[in-house]
Design a binder for this molecule. Structure first.
Ligand code: ATP
Length: 502
């Protein structure tokens, strides 16, 4: 009923009742009947709402028929593993001939935004299945007390949707399965337990001969949290890891999202892929989108390389903020960032891609590094280099101000994390250790030894570049941004002057 219709009804009914009373009619039975009818209608509606997830109501549930595995960038291994598993659903006759039990559940694990939902949707298209989805949090956040019935409804919904769409299989996708499938510790979370038990019961009820054949696909980024009952054979026994994309994968994802955007010919997506190490598919999609927004704001007909550069900064660090720093603060931040940048350029030449003084997110300035290639394994020397880059900011402040500021907090966290990695990987003087085996004092002693030595090394290294700080400072304060190439040219000119005067 439209809003207007409802309002008219609300106005009309009391007037009618008053009119009937005026005529001397006994309105009590009519009012009672009205109240009962209204309550029944209201309950039916509530029930309808409970049976359908919020995403379903918004129509998000239907797999767009055109979403295929080709629309998913990178993830070749995960896609192949999934396709292999899906053939179980397609070749069901062969499978039952061999007496193989049906594959009931596939678990996709991996960091957020890597394309797990896309995979489930593509799976529905690949197998010509009906698709229904829900998120683990929907079972507990909105439907407290009815989690189990919501699970039943989800299976019912999958079956009826398959029947309606004339499909003989259905895929049920549950995102964030860890919310309902967490380890049962007994007693405390009875609501969660009931929901999980219902899910297990429904999965046990899936048989090969049934039509429609049901396949559960679930996603989580915390597989270790899941109850073992969910992972045992016959339940979610196919596990597919969906990782952050490597450079080739990032390039592929960027190409997919560039399809509907006017990207300038001069743009090297390979460079963008190189500068986005550690980004998920969702972040790469966001980079594309933000770059397009920057281009549109600039009034340009197409997206240029610098728009991508700005977009990467935005996705990595957050939107530019209007925080007005004082001149003294700006100077300190500039020296701090130059400390990071000079240290980076000295220990890993060619890796600085930008030094910026514009505040973004929580940072007042930042240095963007451009790893020349993806790296997953680090030696002790490489970890030490990273620590020196992290300490470079604080060391620069000490050199020019005789002390540090709160601006080094994150750098120290990063340095400490790197030391922890070194310790856990057996790369320190402590040898191969389990942290429980050594005392706090021993850990602290080793931690200080490493950081003190690297701090001194960084200080020696940066002291030799005092003139570079002084020369770059004014330019950075004025221009706000130094590109990697400008910065390297400045460093080179300072080095040449030093050599000729020596
Ligand atoms: P979460 O764990 O947070 O639910 P997810 O792994 O399910 O995340 P998706 O919802 O599939 O991630 O991805 C979010 C968006 O990111 C997609 O709509 C798509 O635009 C983009 N995206 C992520 N991964 C890829 C990919 N491999 N190829 C293309 N686009 C991707």
């Amino acid at each position: 009923m439209s809003k207007l219709g409802k309002e008219m009804l609300v106005g009309f009914v009391p007037v009618l009742i008053v009119f009937l009373i005026f005529l001397g009619v006994n309105v009590v039975p009519v009012v009672l009947a009205g109240v009962i009818l209204f309550s029944l209608l209201y309950l039916t509606r509530m029930r309808g709402n409970l049976g359908v997830s919020s995403s379903e109501r918004k129509g998000k549930n239907r797999a767009p028929s055109y979403l295929t595995f080709d629309d998913i960038g990178g993830q070749e291994r995960a896609k192949n593993e999934l396709i292999e598993a899906l053939d179980f659903l397609i070749k069901h006759e062969e499978i039952s001939k061999f007496g193989i039990r049906p594959l009931k559940g596939i678990l996709l694990t991996g960091p957020p935004g890597t394309g797990k939902t896309l995979m489930a949707k593509a799976a529905a298209h690949y197998t010509n299945s009906a698709f229904v989805s829900a998120s683990g949090s929907e079972f507990v956040e909105m439907y407290v007390g009815v989690g189990a019935s919501r699970v039943r409804d989800l299976f019912k919904e999958a079956r009826s949707r398959a029947a309606k769409d004339g499909k003989d299989s259905a895929i049920i996708f549950i995102d964030e399965i860890d919310v309902i499938g967490g380890k049962r510790e007994g007693g405390q979370h009875r609501e969660y337990d009931q929901t999980l038990n219902q899910l297990l019961t429904e999965m046990d009820g899936i048989h090969t001969a049934d039509t429609p054949r049901i396949l559960m696909v679930a996603a989580t980024n915390r597989k270790e949290m899941l109850d073992s009952a969910l992972l045992r054979p016959g339940r979610f026994d196919r596990h597919i890891q969906v990782d952050l994309p490597d450079k080739k994968g990032r390039m592929h994802i960027l190409q997919i999202h560039a399809k509907n955007k006017p990207v300038a010919d001069e743009v090297s997506l390979e460079r963008v892929a190189g500068e986005t190490f550690g980004f998920s598919g969702a972040q790469l999609e966001s980079v594309m989108n933000e770059a397009a927004i920057y281009a549109m704001r600039d009034g340009r007909p197409d997206i240029g390389q610098h728009h991508f550069s700005q977009a990467i900064d935005k996705v990595m660090m957050g939107e530019k903020t209007d925080r007005e720093a004082t001149m003294e603060e700006r100077k300190r931040v500039a020296l701090h960032e130059l400390g990071h940048a000079i240290a980076a350029e000295k220990v890993r030449p060619g890796t600085v891609s930008m030094v910026s003084l514009s505040p973004r997110g929580q940072a007042l300035g930042y240095v963007r590094h451009n790893p020349q290639q993806d790296q997953y394994l680090y030696t002790r020397a490489e970890l030490e280099q990273q620590i020196m880059i992290a300490l470079g900011g604080a060391v620069a402040e000490e050199m020019f101000y005789g002390g540090r500021s709160t601006g080094s907090r994150n750098d120290f966290e990063q340095a400490l994390q790197l030391v922890r990695t070194m310790m856990d990987s057996g790369l320190t003087a402590l040898g191969i250790i389990d942290r429980q085996m050594v005392t706090k004092e021993e850990l602290m002693k080793e931690n200080s030894a490493i950081l003190d030595e690297l701090h001194a090394k960084t200080r020696d290294m940066l002291e030799a570049y005092r003139p570079a700080f002084e020369q770059s400072l004014d330019i950075l304060i004025q221009e706000e941004v130094l590109t990697g190439d400008q910065f390297r040219a400045l460093l080179a000119s300072v080095e040449t002057t030093a050599q000729t005067s020596a």
